[in-house]
Design a protein around this ligand. Structure first.
Ligand code: TRP
Length: 449
């Protein structure tokens, strides 16, 4: 545990980087498309419950493991409880990071491409047919799909080479507030569209007949994906937390801010979906075909559309930095090589596997497993299997191995904070509720029983 280890330099920096990890395409792309294809308000309700009962406790567990051990996603577990194989959690995390980045970098690539399209004035229309065609053309062209993905990966690798405080912290803390303001603006615009109320009803008045075990699993998977948990991102970021940071409080704030951004994205998108005649169950294309329509008829729409995609690109970047930081930290610390080399290796491997996902709209469209193309498969397996399994193992690690006393000490900063009652409740959630709930939801959702 050397004092020269890089870390976040201020309380605000910690919050901004952690929030920068949580807020990303998960809010703006995944949350709306999953809510749209899983029936709306009922799905939202389950997602909220999963965030509170499982997401928050597991997030706090992860951060505290990282900070107590001051190590990467594999070493942290080994350092706290040596010689029992818990490092496997980190290894599974590396696999999850690879699969998530394989499709995430592609979606980020679409966002970058949309910045260019919006700037060229190609998207100023509210015609569903035209906007769907613009998206399909992009996805079906192998050369541009690969090009945008690799631009994204080069950027991520480049920023990570600069290290934790200068790279990650510097980029994320400036941009979050602007994204937030722009989303508020789009919401106002969306709510004034004729027919906006159908969108709000879809988002807020639940139809419980649509909730099946597999829908519940997808909601739990989204809760994990949203809070960047189950894979070691929060262990890694926790290892850069300051000793005096209040972990439960920070996690709670990140969760609330993250939920707010998702709700704003939902309110921005669903009124427009219904007002312009899009289909809520459009899938991964939903945001890309709906958002341009929101801007099309609005004063200054061209400018705001560019701004929207630019800021979404930055949100995606903050999230990707936190995903790729997991392998970078593991490689750099365990093999004692320079960060830039570790970043290059990580991005290279991701690019190789990611290309298979990027070509899912063209060359690899027919490579199907369980009926899913590579893009959908990576997304499904990582969010709905690997992250929840990681969550169960992390909860078991804290509950059954690291133990109550050590955990309570870490959450209270060695007794400096008087949060023992809260920490006690959190321990019960982590020890019993989270692992059982996740296990049941997974087995049911996958149809095992
Ligand atoms: N939470 C981010 C988003 O919603 C994605 C993300 C970042 C992530 N780090 C992660 C997802 C770790 C799972 C695990 O866009």
């Amino acid at each position: 545990m050397s004092s020269s280890r890089d870390g976040f330099s201020s309380a605000f920096g910690v919050l901004a980087a952690t929030l920068g990890s949580a807020v990303g395409l998960g809010n703006i792309w995944k949350f709306p498309y999953l809510t749209g294809s899983n029936g709306g308000a009922g799905f939202l309700l389950i997602y909220l419950l999963a965030t509170l009962l499982v997401g928050l406790p597991v997030m706090i567990a992860e951060i505290s493991i990282g900070r107590a051990a001051r190590g990467d996603a594999v070493s942290a577990f080994e350092r706290l409880r040596p010689g029992r194989g818990w490092g496997t959690i980190g290894v599974l995390g590396l696999l999850a990071a690879l699969l998530i980045m394989a499709f995430y970098s592609e979606v980020a690539g679409w966002v970058f491409a949309y910045v260019a399209k919006a700037a060229a004035g190609d998207l100023l229309s509210s015609d569903p047919k035209l906007l769907s065609a613009a998206f399909s053309t992009l996805v079906a062209d192998p050369a541009s799909a690969l090009m945008w993905q690799w631009i994204v990966l080069a950027l991520v690798g480049g920023i990570l080479s600069f290290g934790v405080s200068r790279g990650i912290e510097a980029v994320t803390k400036r941009l979050m507030p602007i994204l937030f303001l722009l989303l508020v603006l789009i919401c106002i615009r969306g709510l004034t569209l004729p027919g906006a109320s159908a969108g709000l009803a879809f988002l807020f008045s639940p139809d419980f007949s649509k909730i099946t075990p597999s829908v519940v699993l997808v909601a739990v998977g989204l809760a994990f994906f949203k809070l960047s948990i189950g894979m070691g991102t929060m262990v890694t970021y926790g290892s850069y937390f300051r000793a005096e940071q209040n972990i439960p409080m920070t996690a709670k704030r990140v969760m609330l801010a993250d939920l707010t951004v998702s709700m704003l994205a939902g309110i921005a998108i669903f009124p427009a979906v219904f007002a312009f005649g899009f289909k809520p169950e459009a899938g991964p294309s939903l945001v890309f075909i709906t958002i341009p329509a929101v801007f099309a008829g609005m004063p200054g729409g061209a400018f705001f559309m560019v701004a929207f995609f630019v800021l979404t690109a930055f949100a995606a970047l903050g999230a990707m930095l936190s995903i790729v930081e997991v392998p970078v930290a593991v490689i750099a610390e365990r093999f004692r090589i320079k960060r830039w080399k570790a970043a290059l290796i990580s991005v290279g491997v991701i690019g190789a596997v990611g290309s298979v996902a990027a070509l899912s709209g063209s060359l690899t469209a027919d490579w199907k497993l369980f009926g899913l193309n590579p893009f959908d498969l990576f997304d499904y397996v990582s969010s709905n299997i690997l992250l929840p399994v990681g969550g169960i193992l992390i909860a078991l690690f804290v509950g059954a191995s690291w133990g109550r006393a050590a955990w309570l000490r870490e959450l209270s900063n060695d007794g400096a904070l008087s949060n023992q009652a809260l920490a006690g409740v959190l321990f019960v959630l982590v020890r019993w509720v989270s692992p059982l709930l996740i296990a049941v939801v997974m087995l049911k959702g996958l149809g095992v029983f």
